[in-house]
Write a protein that binds this ligand. Structure first.
Ligand SMILES: Cc1cc2nc3c(=O)[nH]c(=O)nc-3n(C[C@H](O)[C@H](O)[C@H](O)COP(=O)(O)OP(=O)(O)OC[C@H]3O[C@@H](n4cnc5c(N)ncnc54)[C@H](O)[C@@H]3O)c2cc1C
Ligand code: SF4
Length: 565
């Protein structure tokens, strides 16, 4: 049976005899969570335990309530889902991303229907706001409820809809008011400040936190004596710590299969390959991935966080970002799960190093929330930000044209295959190269937004226009993240070993293009480094070059920029 026929079983009836609907709730693609506070109160205790919903997470946002009695109200509640072609028509998103979004939404709608809720699931060619307006008219609805929408592109068309009632989005760990308290207007954003506040808010990895709770002037101490153990997380991958299990990829079920056929039929020109779609599409599978990560990979997450490998492109990374963004996993439960695993193995031969746990928690409660709030607070600045005034078009290699630059070609190949590559390849290979090529940061942002399975406006834009390219003038990062081949060779030696270029050369014909581009970038941005008052090693090295060498570097960099356009 096709999904649309199946979901009709839960469709609200317009008949006068049918029970009236008291509450209409819109569930966008990134709120498909049973922790969604518009859904959670209506779940029974046994459903919560079947879904493995963690009590600790629910205490973050619900008051004590008699779930069993509210569970009976569900016939009078209708969840609205909209599949709109307006989104894929806007950008040729990776095919796997489209399949993930639609399949996860369909699984979630079906699950809610089977629990006894009414489900109105619509396909539309209009945007979400216009589609809901049509439904509102058809069913004479007064008010539609929804959690705050994160993607501005989706949220803005709702700005004049008085009939939409938005509620605090409890799928994130920090809100804008809290963020403004940490960083009052005019103060400088600092991730470390934010991160420590979040550690304290959630009482995570603190010494004696129980004892100090009653004290008003609390001086919190981090577990192990240091808040941030990043300096321990800098190893490259020498295959000495084997990756214990193959990635637990999942198979397409009937619903995903139907969606995959639809996407390849309707959007054949969209980016990427669909052949290898193996992402979790429901809560059960998502929990399975979380378990796999915590039990098998977390142990070396920290140590190899910055390493790069062709053979093992995921190394010890979690691959959880798309699952958290959609709502299949709550960020707090992810953290809790890892803390439990750490405690369970503490003082055993399989102990998880504190640096690994701390490093991972910092990503989830720190960087993820921090980037989102920086973006939401500065959304308008990010739309046009281009502090370095880069205007070049994005080279064809990002769309799959072979370039001979091994680190770039193999990362792009992986992105085409999976819609994914880990943080350091995004930062130090893809955005580093584009920045050195003086590529327009917004063109690069569009590419990341299209190509990555976890790219949504609130997270991709601050990462690309901020952290990756410094186009925001230093809101996210204190200086541009650029490097020569040196860094790539150190953290991803496999790339350089199998590349036709020599990582150590500079002006020779077969010298790695990163090198001349890097020095040229330094030479172009002396004013920026001077303004920052930095005594930068690279700047003093550039200053030590004679005029002739500087000219040759600049000439070579320009040649490379033309060659790879
Ligand atoms: C140029 C560039 C573009 C990026 N684009 C995206 C994007 O579109 N979507 C996205 O989710 N992340 C993006 N990131 C951040 C980061 O690379 C990914 O979150 C991470 O690689 C996801 O893979 P993982 O789940 O295996 O992460 P892990 O390495 O296992 O890390 C754990 C989690 O930490 C969170 N996290 C870590 N760093 C960040 C960060 N800087 N911003 C937000 N969350 C973070 C993610 O939720 C991630 O799942 C980008 C980074 C850069 C430098
Ligand atoms: S030599 Fe240069 S282009 Fe080749 S893999 Fe190394 S860093 Fe990349």
């Amino acid at each position: 049976m096709s999904f649309y026929s199946l979901i009709q079983n839960f469709h609200p009836s317009k008949s006068k005899k049918a029970a009236p609907i008291d509450r209409w709730i819109f569930i966008p693609f990134d709120q498909i969570s049973f922790y969604n506070q518009l859904i959670f109160p209506y779940l029974s205790k046994s459903e919560k335990s079947n879904l493995d919903l963690d009590d600790k997470v629910s205490t973050l946002f619900t008051q004590q309530q008699d779930s069993n009695s509210r569970a009976k109200e569900r016939e009078s509640i209708c969840f609205l889902f909209v599949e709109t072609s307006a989104k894929p028509n806007r950008r040729p998103y990776h095919k796997q991303k489209l399949v993930l979004l639609l399949s996860a939404m369909r699984h979630f709608a079906k699950q809610l229907g089977e629990m006894g809720f009414q489900i109105l699931y619509k396909y539309s060619e209009l945007d979400y706001a216009a589609s809901l307006l049509e439904i509102k008219k058809e069913f004479a609805i007064n008010e539609i409820h929804c959690l705050d929408i994160q993607e501005p592109e989706v949220a803005h068309p709702f700005s004049d809809c008085k009939w939409m009632k938005f509620h605090t989005n409890n799928l994130y760990l920090c809100n804008r008011d809290e963020f403004r308290e940490i960083f009052p207007q005019g103060s400088k954003y600092l991730h470390e400040t934010f991160y420590r506040k979040m550690r304290i808010k959630f009482q995570l990895l603190l010494e004696d936190s129980k004892q100090t709770k009653s004290n008003k002037n609390i001086s919190y101490k981090p577990l192990g004596g240091k808040w941030n153990l990043d300096h321990e997380n800098r190893s490259n991958w020498k295959k000495t710590d084997p990756i214990p299990l193959a990635q637990a990829w999942v198979k397409l079920d009937e619903i995903s299969q139907e969606v995959a056929e639809l996407i390849s039929r309707r959007y054949p020109k969209s980016f990427g390959s669909l052949e290898n779609f193996q992402w979790p599409v429901d809560r059960k599978e998502a929990l399975h991935w979380l378990g796999h990560f915590a039990r098998n990979l977390l142990i070396h997450f920290g140590k190899y966080e910055d390493a790069m490998s062709i053979e093992e492109p995921y190394l010890f990374h979690s691959l959880l970002s798309p699952l958290i963004h959609l709502g299949l996993l709550h960020p707090y439960e992810v953290v809790q799960f890892c803390v439990k695993e750490y405690e369970l193995r503490y003082n055993t031969s399989e102990e998880i190093p504190l640096a690994s746990l701390e490093g991972f928690i910092r990503q989830i409660i720190g960087w993820r929330e921090y980037m989102r709030l920086i973006f939401l607070e500065n959304e308008m600045n990010y739309k046009k930000a281009n502090s370095l005034k880069h205007k070049n078009p994005l080279p064809g290699l990002y769309w799959g044209k072979n370039s001979g630059l091994k680190c770039l070609d193999s990362t792009v190949e992986l992105v085409i295959k999976r819609g994914y590559s880990h943080h350091i390849t995004r930062l130090m290979v893809l955005s580093n190269f584009a920045n050195l090529m003086l590529v327009d940061p917004h063109e690069l942002n569009e590419w990341f937004w299209i190509a990555y399975i976890d790219a949504f406006e609130w997270v991709v834009t601050p990462n690309v226009v901020g952290m990756g390219t410094y186009a925001d003038g230093g809101i996210c990062a204190t200086k541009p993240y650029i490097s020569s081949a040196n860094y790539i060779k150190k953290m991803g030696p496999e790339y350089c070993k199998s590349c036709k270029y020599k990582a150590t050369g500079l002006l020779e014909e077969d010298a790695c293009p990163f090198n001349a581009l890097y020095w040229d970038f330094i030479g172009r941005n002396l004013e920026l480094y001077k303004k920052q008052g930095r005594v930068d090693f690279a700047v003093s090295r550039w200053n030590s070059f004679d005029k002739d060498k500087k000219q040759q570097i600049s000439l070579k960099a320009n040649q490379i920029r033309s060659e790879f356009q």
